[in-house]
Design a protein around this ligand. Structure first.
Ligand code: PLP
Length: 386
């Protein structure tokens, strides 16, 4: 075979899928596995949203749409951003995407050149590092420390900014730690970006998933008009991972380019999916409050349980649906501990190192599971250490 491109050699996948494959292999051999590795809600898409999608198919919404998205959904996003972020973007700043991930990929493609530096969280969502590597940019990691409740410290960013820094990626609420940044911290980072002429990409896929605190966006400062890009999507808080629907709010010049990327890569987001999205944003919102009430109960249960396990110590995360316990006192590293609980207890969780070197000493549990399974997992893990 002829040689693959340099970019192809540099892009990489996600460990979640590797752990899932290992767990499924054990299941094929008859072992019962409790799944805590998968980052998606354990609920079905609300009925009103699914029905809107079905009606759209029946109404022949099965064709190409403008690559930027249908007007009805872009207007709904405009209203949504005004309601939740406190600023009203212009319509030509709003771009619809098939899931949030293409928003990460295309906004990075739009601003990063080889040799540029990209700042992101460690541990953090693997896509940022993978795409930086693909673009032959230098990834500059900001450690998220347990003593700072896994929040990015703006002073750490300040120290790492150089003349080559092109982009800062922020994810709050955060995967994998569940941390939520404070408004003052986000504003400080936005000011640093302004001062040093750097882009910000803000991945807000968990924006409606906070406990005991509010979500803020670093893009409010410039209203995503100059240097910041707001990314959000329907996957998590509307339980729509398989529908593939997200949106970006970006400076107009960049939004034009993002459209060109979309045209070249996917043409557009599925027509009927976008109509389901209109219903999601404009229809009954009670699903989210119900889901978050249930997630809070699960969070409290798993955090309490993890803290009872010898060698485990777990903060109570303020967002998303992940717990990130410190397992250093077990004497194992992250990978050993993840393998131990998978093979000895039949509990699948991710090693913290799947999210970067500073994830060493931690595991990530997605607690999108039943209370019964959470209790059973804790019991099995406890036993496996005896
Ligand atoms: C931080 C973060 N961004 C983006 C995504 C992907 O979103 P989507 O499925 O809408 O592409 C995830 C999913 O796990 C995530 O955790």
């Amino acid at each position: 075979m002829p040689e693959l491109s340099n970019g192809a050699k540099k892009i990489y996948g996600e460990a979640a899928f590797e752990v899932l494959a290992k767990a499924q292999e054990l299941e094929r051999k008859g072992k019962h596995i409790l799944h805590f590795e998968i980052g998606e809600p354990d609920m079905e898409t609300p009925k009103n949203i699914s029905e809107a999608g079905i009606i759209a198919i029946k109404n022949k919404k099965t064709h190409y749409t403008p690559s930027i998205g249908i007007l009805e959904l872009r207007k709904a996003v405009q209203d949504q951003v005004e309601k939740t972020r406190g600023f009203r973007p212009n319509l030509d700043q709003v771009v619809i995407t098939p899931g949030l991930k293409p928003g990460i990929f295309f906004s990075m493609l739009a601003v990063v050149n080889p040799g540029d530096e990209v700042i992101y969280q460690d541990p953090g969502y693997p896509t940022y590092g993978s795409v930086s590597s693909f673009l032959r940019a230098k990834g500059v990691m900001i450690p998220l420390l347990e003593e700072n409740e896994f929040r990015m410290n703006p002073d750490d960013i300040k120290k790492k900014i150089t003349s080559k820094t092109k982009l800062i990626i922020i994810n709050s609420p955060q995967n994998p730690t569940g941390s939520v940044m404070a408004k003052s911290e986000l504003d400080e980072i936005a000011m640093l970006a302004e001062e040093h002429d750097i882009f910000i990409v803000s991945d807000e896929i968990y924006s409606k998933m906070t406990y005991e605190c509010d979500h803020y966006t670093p893009t409010a400062r410039d209203e995503a008009r100059e240097r910041s890009v707001l990314l959000d999507g329907f996957s998590k808080y509307f339980a729509m991972t398989g529908w593939r629907l997200g949106f970006m709010v970006a400076p107009v010049k960049m939004a034009d380019k993002l459209q060109d990327f979309l045209v070249s890569a996917v043409s557009c987001t599925a027509d009927f999916t976008q109509w389901a999205g209109v219903e999601a944003l404009t229809g009954d919102q009670s699903f989210i409050a119900d889901m978050m009430k249930r997630f809070k109960e699960k969070r409290d249960r798993i955090v309490k349980g993890l803290n009872q396990i010898n060698g485990f110590k777990c903060l109570s995360p303020r967002g998303a649906f992940y717990a990130f316990p410190n397992i250093k006192k077990t004497g194992m590293n992250s990978q050993e501990c993840a393998d131990h609980i998978l093979y000895k207890a039949g509990v699948a969780a991710l090693p913290g190192t799947a999210f970067g070197p500073y994830g060493e000493g931690y595991l990530r549990f997605s607690y999108a599971n039943t209370l019964k399974n959470i209790d059973e997992a804790i019991e099995r893990i406890e036993k496996s250490f005896h």
